[in-house]
Design a protein around this ligand. Sequence first.
Ligand code: NAD
Length: 425
Amino acid sequence: MTTMTTDAHVDKESNPWESQRARFDLAAQKLNLDDGLWRVLRYPNRELTVYIPVQMDDGHLEVFTGFRVQHSIARGPAKGGIRYAPDVTLDEVRALASWMTWKCAVVNIPFGGAKGGITCDPKKMSQGELERMTRRYTSAILPLIGPEQDIPAPDVYTNSQTMAWIMDTYSMTKGYAVPGVVTGKPISLGGSLGRNEATGRGVFNTIESACEHLHMPLKGATVAVQGFGNAGSISAQLLHQAGAKIIAVSDSTGCVYNRDGLNVPELMHMKALCGHVDGFPESEPILPHELLALGCDILVPAALENTIVAENAGTVRARIIAEAANGPVTPAADRILESKGAFVIPDILCNAGGVTVSYFEWVQDEQHLFWEVQDIYNRLERVMKTAFSDVLKIHVERKVPMRIAANMLGIGRVAEAVQIRGIYP
Ligand code: NAD
């Protein structure tokens, strides 16, 4: 079999594409996946690399590299976010696209998987530069995207404004408004109520289910949250409202700790106002590695990939690890956590609330009929709790870790779709 090139500077443990493939292979083995299907599903359907010239504010021309990878369109249009970050690589985008395929199948929504990214430093760019880069990137990936083809969404350092620029650029080429080409849009452009908090809500729903399974009361449970952005802060807020004690929180600026519990609404207010959690009153600063090693019931990694690796997994003491982020735990760290008896709610289940409400947004756009927020929350909770119990069933019956169970569920559903459709021609 041919092998694909990987980014040589990324070592094997922290290369998310390698991690994805390691888990895929394990789950495929457990499923006794046919060798041909294994080959079909192991690699993406399409990859597009684009070079994006952008006139910067000082007049000089910069050329950024962007990617759009469609891993699978077997179960429906490709679906996945767009990430802007200095360390975006093709391998990272491939891994994220594959995770989207399995994730959509785990929550049983009719989408395939895709992801996009631009290697850039958005924090150093003006709004004008970001808008020009986004529009040019959109025009470069036009052959791939569309409401029936491939539907982008926000990811790290992109937001509803980015989606509005993509929707406008795409619509200009058609001559009419096409809101269904992206999700995570502003409400005024056909965005869905509840999308902003969807990932955090889904994380919360799966933690509730895990606590129920482990007979661990959520009220009074202690929680540490790594990453206090969209996914992390909403998860923390809902856990706090349910009576859990959020004892530590971090962002890229620092970590804050209070054994008696942080005041989450006030922390969110400060983060919104000042852009950091550092220096929060009634807290003491701790180091990032200390947050991971805290004696707590629930750890929520909600920042980036590879934050729990072989080197630090042994220090983790939490009973439940709820992966709000994509790929926070490497395969080597998985084995260590497993030997310690940790209960991992894997990313493709835990953070699937975001894509689930993206699906609701797309459905609402397509039918031009919008739902009430409580309706969205209720539908989301049903989807997340059903997916959790489907994964748990495989975990218990097949005696495999939750991550492998989730992969088996997702891969099995996609394999079934490929098999029934047959291989063209
Ligand atoms: P975000 O940009 O809103 O938040 C990221 C947060 O992580 C920020 O607070 C940032 O300061 C913090 N951070 C960055 N590096 C850190 C570090 N080294 N230590 C501690 N904190 C750090 O992004 P988000 O949308 O919340 O996404 C976070 C993760 O969740 C990503 O892995 C993303 O792929 C995943 N995710 C997000 C969604 C969604 O709908 N937002 C859906 C599915 C998965």
